[in-house]
Design a protein around this ligand. Structure first.
Ligand code: PLP
Length: 447
């Protein structure tokens, strides 16, 4: 087992994100010690397949020497350079250029952040600035989608629609509005794609009308809702929502923090439907989680409006670590890996993962199986006919997570009995099969 002193030290001093502090104190920490490929090893030497790529981020897998070398080289040469005062560093400039070449449509301007939350937060600042620059300061109302997750900054947590991020924090703000999710398995209009798209369009239309069409600044979506339980909209949903926003002069923000960088197949999920948003936020797979970095992509017309609006005045938005050269050097190396086989392997492995999880559909506990590429979930129920969720009181997530861990598998067990999968894109066939078989074993033991 791990050393007790480490567990005690953790209990006494380390505050963990998105946790019940009291139950964490009770259960104690699980310490990860090392990792290679898709396998993580804990401090007691137990090896597990990481079916969640850390936190949906280690897309390239662990222990890539070329990524480590890229970071080390950059640290030796220039470990830090500010992007303030007209300064810059070569890797950040090159990464911006490489990414702009690959983003959908005219998303040609890149603002680097430290992760996804500050990427989302930055979009809110840019959007307010944009509408002011257009002489429309009254466009200050924001809409997002129930079950959505847009990070943990104060403003982003308000756009997020998960109760734990609001309760006790005085959120959301009164300028942050929501429409119902497309959640097909539990949608009052049923699971017909057309009915779901029409219901979402009607909800957005009526929300815009209620707020006042001249007041709405922007609409935020995830191409697939991740933290809400891997909720995959029907094909055509994203495009329909995008078109509505274009027609009503509402800025459209695609939050690709999870879906970006091959998670669903291509580099960006938006391109699967030919959608070009006004803003796109990314993080996680950008550096494959090796170092922190996020990126906001801004369309030409938004950039021009902001730049013209400001004229010679400084646009007061920046972080000490914006465009960090070490993160950028890692980003450049990771991008090479994506294009030298990683994306292709992810597409192949994703098909196998979906087939494998589909084979669990007949299991008495499995109500739904869904996903795209290497992003998937199964939703557990106690009664398949009525789609009755597992009782929250029995803390099923913790029990299932613990059982899976014993069986050598790391998964994400959401509180409502949804199991999430986002394995590294480098997974072999054998690793994908092991993820499925260890899940089957875990479900059998949970019955
Ligand atoms: N947006 C989405 C869609 C996310 O899934 C996340 C994180 O999971 C974020 C934003 C926040 O990113 P970060 O945790 O890097 O701040």
């Amino acid at each position: 087992m791990y050393s007790n002193s480490l567990i005690e030290l953790d209990r006494a001093h380390l505050i963990h994100p998105v946790a019940s502090y009291r139950s964490h104190e009770k259960h104690g920490v699980r310490v990860l010690a090392s990792a290679k490929g898709a396998t993580v090893t804990d401090a007691s030497g137990k090896q597990l397949i990481d079916g969640f790529a850390g936190l949906w981020c280690v897309n390239a897998g662990y222990g890539h020497d070329s990524i480590v070398e890229a970071a080390a080289r950059q640290m030796r040469e220039l470990p830090y350079a500010t992007a303030y005062f007209g300064l810059g560093s070569e890797p950040a400039i090159r990464l911006a250029g490489e990414l702009a070449d690959r983003t959908p449509g005219n998303l040609n301007h890149v603002y680097f952040t430290l992760g996804g939350s500050d990427a989302v937060d930055s979009t809110v600042r840019f959007i307010r600035y944009y509408w002011n620059a257009r002489g429309r300061p009254e466009r200050d109302q924001f809409i997002s989608v129930e079950q959505g997750y847009h990070g943990s900054s104060t403003v982003g947590a308000g756009l997020t629609a998960l109760p734990a991020f609001h309760a006790g924090f005085g959120l959301p703000f009164d300028w942050q509005h929501k429409i119902p999710s497309h959640y097909a398995y539990r949608n009052p209009v049923g699971d017909s794609p057309q009915a779901i798209i029409e219901a979402s369009l009607a909800a957005l239309k009526s929300k815009v009308k209620a707020i006042g069409p001249e007041r709405v600044a922007a609409f935020y979506v995830e191409p697939i809702q991740g933290s809400g339980g891997v909720l995959v909209p029907p094909k055509g949903w994203l495009k329909a929502m995008r078109e509505f926003c274009r027609e009503h002069d509402i800025l459209f923000v695609a939050d690709e923090v999870i879906t970006g960088f091959g998670r669903t197949g291509p580099l960006f999920a938006c391109s699967e439907e030919g959608v070009v948003p006004d803003f796109m936020t990314t993080a996680k797979g950008l550096t494959s989680g090796y170092v922190p970095m996020g990126a906001v992509f801004m369309a030409d017309h938004v950039y021009e409006t902001i730049a013209e609006g400001a004229g010679a005045a400084a646009i007061g938005h920046g972080y000490t670590y914006s465009a960090h050269p070490v993160s950028a050097a890692v980003g450049l190396e990771v991008l090479k890996l994506y294009e030298n086989g990683l994306l292709d392997n992810g597409i192949k492995a994703g098909k196998r993962l979906m087939q494998g999880l589909e084979s669990l559909r007949n299991h008495p506990l499995v109500g739904d199986v869904r996903g795209r590429g290497m992003l998937a979930a199964i939703e557990l129920v106690v009664d398949k006919a009525n789609r009755t969720p597992l009782p929250a009181s029995a803390d099923p997530a913790r029990r299932i997570f613990d059982r899976a861990w014993e069986n050598g598998l790391v998964i994400r067990a959401f509180a409502n009995g949804i199991l999430g999968y986002a394995p590294p894109l480098c997974c072999t066939d054998a690793e994908i099969d092991a993820i499925v078989e260890r899940t089957r074993l875990t479900l059998d033991e949970t019955l």
